[in-house]
Write a protein that binds this ligand. Sequence first.
Ligand SMILES: Cc1cc2nc3c(=O)[nH]c(=O)nc-3n(C[C@H](O)[C@H](O)[C@H](O)COP(=O)(O)O)c2cc1C
Length: 336
Amino acid sequence: MILFVLGIASASLAQGYDALVREAESKIMAQKWEEALALYEQAFKTGEFNYGDFYNAACASARLGKSDAAYSYLLKAIDAGFLEKDQLNQDPDLESLRSGDRWQTVTDALKQRLEAIEKTFPETRPAGPVIDLPAPRYDSPISVEAALKNRRSIRSYAEAPLALADVSQLLWAAYGITEPAENMPAFLRGGLRTAPSAGARYPLDLYLAAFNVTGLPAGIYWYNSEKHQLMRIVEGDRRKEVSEAAFNQGMFETASAAIVYSAVYERSMVKYGQRGRDRYVCMDLGHSAENVYLQAYALKIGTVAVGAFTDLWLKKAIGMTRAEEPLYIMPLGKIE
Ligand SMILES: Cc1cc2nc3c(=O)[nH]c(=O)nc-3n(C[C@H](O)[C@H](O)[C@H](O)COP(=O)(O)O)c2cc1C
């Protein structure tokens, strides 16, 4: 199965190219490899390309036994930004290539690219200007039951700014401190929170990618739960970079902001070992993300949990540290 075939629209591309690759994807889904490849070839003749489409063209070529074309599309995909090592090594579409003489060239090219990118991630988070967030509210005219009943994933938003008070409320709901850590162990990093966490290890970090938030310059901010503050780590609008990392899924066109989750797995693994990595971190993430869904509903804000992205491109767009792994993006925007 191919990661990129998710029915995701690539809004930044020209209409002709876009239409051709959408049709090619539907052919891939139907395993009509010959027709898919012909459509990709036609699409690339427009001069447009992206790494996902090169990758898919490689898959179709490999399925058709056209190994030269497949290797060459894979190298083009890596050149254009394809970074998914596990996918390359496990995708059944590429099975016929792995014993071939050019496979090593492909894996070496990816290895080099990954090493070069890994080097760019900082060990520590740079300290930037700090913004105190408005205090959260602890009451609402919307009941938990109404939020549970009516919550939905929403992918298109009003092109209106988000209020800083709403952003503050959402971040608090996601990972805010509800019981400060006086005389509690240091690993709590502030205290017990809105979301449960295995062993109270709190492996998650949250960022706000602000595109259009009243009173907050566009940029990437790290959420300091302990102090209920934002700390700016990247200046300027990163909509394009975040969107591209997530295959230009349509929700980023109108989102006013996004919460981006990462995890430092070690915080959980130090207590739970592999079980912490395999299970607990993602369970923690789910608890926190559901809080965002429910709080967003109560604020008439739309959101959707986005798990489809290229990890390293998202990590770079946000300015994460080396130890962090990106896990979710939750775009935010007023409901139309
Ligand atoms: C782990 C996970 C990953 C998801 N990734 C995406 C995504 O990349 N793009 C997207 O549009 N929706 C994504 N979703 C949202 C689901 O499509 C959505 O929850 C599902 O269709 C059910 O709809 P509902 O949330 O409105 O109940 C994801 C949801 C989960 C739980």
